[in-house]
Write a protein that binds this ligand. Structure first.
Ligand SMILES: [Zn+2]
Length: 318
């Protein structure tokens, strides 16, 4: 019986896979660009090829019969089918876990990527030994994962923890989820660029070259007033949501993950100011606000943990 599990992170841009041991050690890893096609089986086939590569590298006997897959999806945890995948429309409504299981002959544990990151950070990262943690992933969008009493909060449908879709402006910018004014439309990389563009137009200014969150971060550090204001708004809306979450969940820790968390020096003061103004004093004092520690590996390690917890009893019958 093998001691390694396969773990994959299916992103909108990159597809990564690793063989992971019982303590989270990564024995082998492969990556490729996420294939974009109308046919969801193209993604299933790519994952199959990568699993074969890893099997060849580490030896099939060292692998258990389970694979964890983190994906940017709202899914039905009861049957592993995808309810909504805004960045991977090909797998909308697709029975992803079922088809992948058939293809690979393995048990497939599909998990929302932000929940997977929360599980990873709780296992081996910033939230180690923490009972109650909220993980907010600030990337292209805003993801959320909640650990309560050491366990991930999923809800009966598997859709719990969608912090990015908490409404902060009732009549605000339309969101990919179908609602308006969600946090994701104000506190993500995509949002900070849109807001900076809007401010540039309002002030009748021009911006040299393409605008990205990274360039805006550099501009904010250099004192550009538009970039500073775009990040202040990001921090403002994030603080409003974190204050509400502190009041509702009473967490020991809030972990900020994702690419934007690396630049938190340009928005965290505003976030903390909003928390101080709005949250109940006692839980706000308790909740430690920290940056994630596992970087890009949080999701892979999170689903590896789930796969390691899955009994190695062969294939699903259904
Ligand atoms: Zn939304």
């Amino acid at each position: 019986m093998g001691e390694l599990v396969l773990a994959a992170d299916l992103g909108g841009t990159n597809l990564r896979m690793a063989a992971v041991g019982p303590s989270g050690e990564i024995a082998e890893r492969v990556r490729r660009s996420t294939p974009h096609s109308d046919d969801p089986m193209v993604i299933v086939d790519a994952i199959g090829e990568m699993a074969t590569e890893i099997q060849a590298a580490v030896g099939a006997k060292r692998l258990t019969l389970a694979i964890g897959v983190a994906a940017p999806v709202i899914m039905d945890a009861r049957n592993g089918s995808v309810y909504k995948a805004p960045n991977l429309p090909a797998i909308n409504g697709f029975n992803f876990a079922g088809e992948l299981s058939k293809k690979l002959g393995l048990r497939v544990i599909l998990e929302n990527d932000a929940t997977a990151a929360a599980i990873g950070e709780h296992w081996l990262g910033a939230a180690r030994n923490v009972e109650n943690a909220i993980c907010v992933t600030l990337g292209t969008g805003v993801g959320g994962g909640i650990i309560l009493s050491g366990q991930p909060l999923r809800g009966p449908d598997g859709t719990a923890g969608e912090i990015g879709h908490i409404c902060v402006e009732p009549n605000g910018h339309p969101c990919g989820c179908g609602s308006w004014g969600c946090l994701e439309q104000y506190s993500s990389a995509m949002a900070v660029v849109r807001i900076a563009r809007e401010l540039t137009e309002e002030k009748d200014r021009s911006w040299p070259g393409g605008m990205t969150a990274e360039k805006l971060y550099e501009a904010a550090k250099a004192g550009d007033d538009i970039a500073i204001e775009a990040f202040r708004r990001l921090g403002y809306y994030l603080g409003i949501v974190l204050a509400s979450l502190i009041n509702v969940v009473d967490p020991d820790m809030i972990v900020l993950a994702g690419g934007l968390s690396g630049g938190w020096d340009v928005f965290i003061d505003e976030t903390c100011g909003q928390i101080a103004k709005r949250a109940f004093r006692l839980p706000a004092l308790r909740a430690k606000l920290v940056r994630a520690e596992l970087g890009d590996d949080a999701g892979i390690l999170g689903v590896a943990r789930l796969a390691l917890e899955t009994p190695d009893q062969g294939l699903l019958e259904s």
